[in-house]
Design a protein around this ligand. Sequence first.
Ligand SMILES: *Cc1c(COP(=O)(O)O)cnc(C)c1O
Length: 460
Amino acid sequence: MHTTYKRSWAEPYKIKMVELLKMTTRPHRLKAIREAGFNTFLLRSEDVYIDLLTDSGTSAMSDRQWAGLLLGDEAYAGSRNFYRLEKTIQDCYGYRYVIPTHQGRGAENILSKILIKPGDIIPGNMYFTTTRLHQELAGGAFVDIIIDEAHDPLNEHPFKGNVDLNKLDQVIKTHGAAKIPYVAIATNVNMAGGQPISMANLRELRALTQKHGIRIIHDMTRVAENAWFIHEREPGYANKSIRSIVHEICSYTDGATMSAKKDALVNIGGFLAVNDWEVFEEARNLVVVYEGLHTYGGLAGRDMEAMAIGIEESLDNNHIRARVGQVEYLGHMMENYGIPIVKPIGGHGIFVDAKRFLPHLSQDEYPAQTLAAEIYLDSGVRTMERGVVSAGRKPNGENYYPKLELVRFTLPRRVYTQAHMDVIAESAAAVFARRNRIKGLKMVYEPKYLRFFQARFERL
Ligand SMILES: *Cc1c(COP(=O)(O)O)cnc(C)c1O
């Protein structure tokens, strides 16, 4: 008799050093979340068991990256590590000029100041918190041109990060190309649930913007994860390497901002990369004001070395397959428990649909904020809100009411094991079982900028 066995993937690394986790009791967690104003951002990490707040800066570095730290050339100017980083970015991504920054928003600040004039319009495939804020602080206004499917957590479109070209065409007709300094394109759109843009869509977008002389700026924070989905889902890419797919994505854009704290597997760092000499010249000048000299941009030499190594590692097919595979494993477990999640499962985390999880709460009772606090109370697993609190207020003071009201279970790269995924899904299931008894929250303190980081709440 012939039997075929299932072939699983496994983590493409083994563990050489461990960090012990702290287990807490429910009374301890209740005290902690109260003191944190029911905001998981205000919890102390020591009170957390499994930390899924973010995949930003929380990755485990490889032994090669740690070894790279010892090769730090801590010169104020012209560090050897900068030139290695610059060459890695040019080789892997294809952009011509590179400016390191302390993290992604440092690059967003500089780019927005250079390209945006008051009154400008910046169309993009869904907003990101820091990106939009820098656009607005520079006098611009963000316009969402992502396909409608992206706003529907039930829609299983394989490329929910795609741009609706008709929407973009309309924006160009209404405002005129002269008012649009660039189109902002994120790969593996964070706020849509880690959803990819297709190569075909990028190509069409390139053709349309070229016709009007409009640049494309690429938020490439999760470009490797996006490349994995193209590899899996888009005809013609199954036999291409992640490295070559990433290179092709970048080739349709004119510049990029990068938070290296995500895909690039470092705990701090970022960069701005552009192809246009004039923009580079201005950026090289401005970076001195906000970050540091253009050959370190707020980073130590050792940080740039670790980033260069991390970029190379992030483009390995086995790495990215296991990275996204772990997210899918957690998502399938949650689905088996009947928990409503955003579909298709994205690249960096599971996004639980708090509107369907807690249908008895209105958006003014902060369902996602409430659910994140309840998950923490149940197990010490820390997640975060991506809903009405994160969306903040419009420049005129009105609340944004986003269609998506989500709790993000974000997976750090190379940090947790499959057994941790089981524990996380079981906790979500336990809260789901008693969802009818959960009451909402009211906001009692609201900061002016990016309120989700520091807002405080009380139970209703
Ligand atoms: C994290 C992130 C940023 C901002 O980067 P920081 O390093 O946190 O400053 C920008 N865009 C996206 C899509 C991100 O996920």
